[in-house]
Design a protein around this ligand. Structure first.
Ligand code: ATP
Ligand code: MG
Length: 374
């Protein structure tokens, strides 16, 4: 008898090469996170060793269970089941046995196996059978090997990080953008980050809450790059005598995505990500979001666009970024936004961008970007 962790993944829509990519990536991600060794079988993985608790944070897993591998004969299955039920038998109201037989060479089908073993449990322990709401569930899978387990842990679902390609996420210190980044990982993206800060040197960001937020996100994607960009060149332009007519926030957002696009293309990221939610604040009206999107040609993903603030907060708490996100931090937007306009005027934006020589600002800021290695 051997203890392993059985891992099932969602594979229904996967075919051919995609399925191979999915499986190989998921296997690598599991091994990197748990430190164990994964063996691939049809539709499932078996993890030997490592820390199975880490599986809770890996995208692409449907569910997992700590399982016993037993010899493929009815006597062994029955002996182990009775032993294990015995260990858990204190004051159990009822039990249910669920058998799945994919190895058709096994001489008893799933109904027969469940019946035989179920009767033995009833005889030995006097437990009641209840398949709808059992006090103890016993799962027996007869496949390449025989697995017995008692509890299924839900996985995060989604796609393994890395199968969908790279994106660049604009990460502020707020609540939303870490959640948006997480949701892109859920769809299989490798997420890298770009953060604009108010400091004079990139390295001052190291001692801020940004490091904590990133380490929380690192649970779901271990390897990532954080790019740091200063905001002072843009700020200096804003301090000149320019009448922005309430457009500075949209200008700033357009400036950020333009810098981000430059960086993304250079580093093979195929899309940009922001934490916008429609109508949440003045800069996130449909008109303003449209003006920001039209500043770039790369796709700009906003996975939170339809989320209510409370839904985002709940998810941030679940992910573990919420507590760090609410720590106070000097962020660029609080300086820029005095009285933002809800309907940006496209023609005026173009005029303003000429006045501040936006292309030059983007170039120069792009040149000041450095990489922060956590
Ligand atoms: P968040 O909680 O993510 O900061 P928010 O509701 O505060 O979002 P805004 O401040 O308007 O909204 O920012 C909208 C989006 O713009 C953010 O979700 C983020 O993707 C991006 N963003 C804002 N500030 C920065 C920054 N300093 N660096 C990088 N990206 C930023
Ligand atoms: Mg913000």
């Amino acid at each position: 008898m051997k203890k392993v962790t059985l891992i099932h993944y969602g594979e229904l829509s996967l075919k051919g090469r995609n399925r191979d990519l999915f499986e190989i990536r998921l296997k690598d991600n599991i091994e990197a996170a748990t430190g164990g060794r994964v063996k691939r079988f049809r539709g499932r993985f078996v993890l030997n060793g490592g820390n199975p608790d880490k599986l809770e944070d890996i995208f692409g897993i449907s569910w997992f269970a700590e399982a016993l591998i037993v010899d493929k004969d009815l006597d062994s299955i029955s002996r182990v089941t009775l032993d294990e039920v015995g260990k858990r038998n204190q004051s159990l109201p009822s039990f249910g046995i669920y058998v799945k037989r994919s190895d058709k060479a096994f001489p008893y089908d799933s109904v027969e196996t469940a019946k035989i073993i179920g009767n033995q449990v009833v005889t030995q322990y006097g437990l009641k059978v209840d398949l709808k709401n059992p006090g103890l569930s016993v799962f027996i899978e007869i496949a390449d090997e025989v697995y017995i387990y008692f509890r299924k842990y839900q996985g995060l679902k989604g796609l393994p990080v890395g199968v969908s390609g790279k994106v660049l996420s604009l990460l502020s210190g707020g609540i939303d953008s870490p959640v948006a980044s997480y949701l892109m990982m859920k769809r299989g993206c490798t997420v890298h980050y770009l953060h604009f800060h108010v400091f004079s040197e990139n390295e001052y960001v190291k001692n801020t809450k940004m490091a904590q937020i990133l380490s929380r996100l690192g649970k779901f994607q271990k390897e990532y790059t954080l790019y740091l960009a200063p905001y002072y060149l843009f700020e200096t332009e804003m301090l000149r005598e320019i009448n922005t007519k309430g457009h500075e926030l949209v200008l700033f957002r357009r400036f950020m995505v333009k810098v981000a696009e430059r960086l993304a293309i250079k580093n093979g990221c195929k899309a940009l990500v922001t934490g916008d939610s429609l109508g949440q604040v003045a800069s996130q009206t449909l008109d303003n979001i449209a003006e920001v999107s039209s500043a770039v040609t790369l796709p700009l993903f906003q996975p939170l666009i339809s989320y209510d603030k409370q839904e985002i907060v709940d998810l941030a708490k679940k992910i573990g970024t919420y507590e760090d996100s609410i720590v106070s931090y000097k962020d660029c937007c609080s300086i820029v936004s005095s009285n933002p306009r809800t309907r940006a005027n496209r023609r005026y934006i173009k005029e303003l961008e000429e006045q501040i020589d936006i292309d030059n600002l983007v170039d120069k800021t792009h040149d000041l970007i450095s990489v922060y290695k956590p």
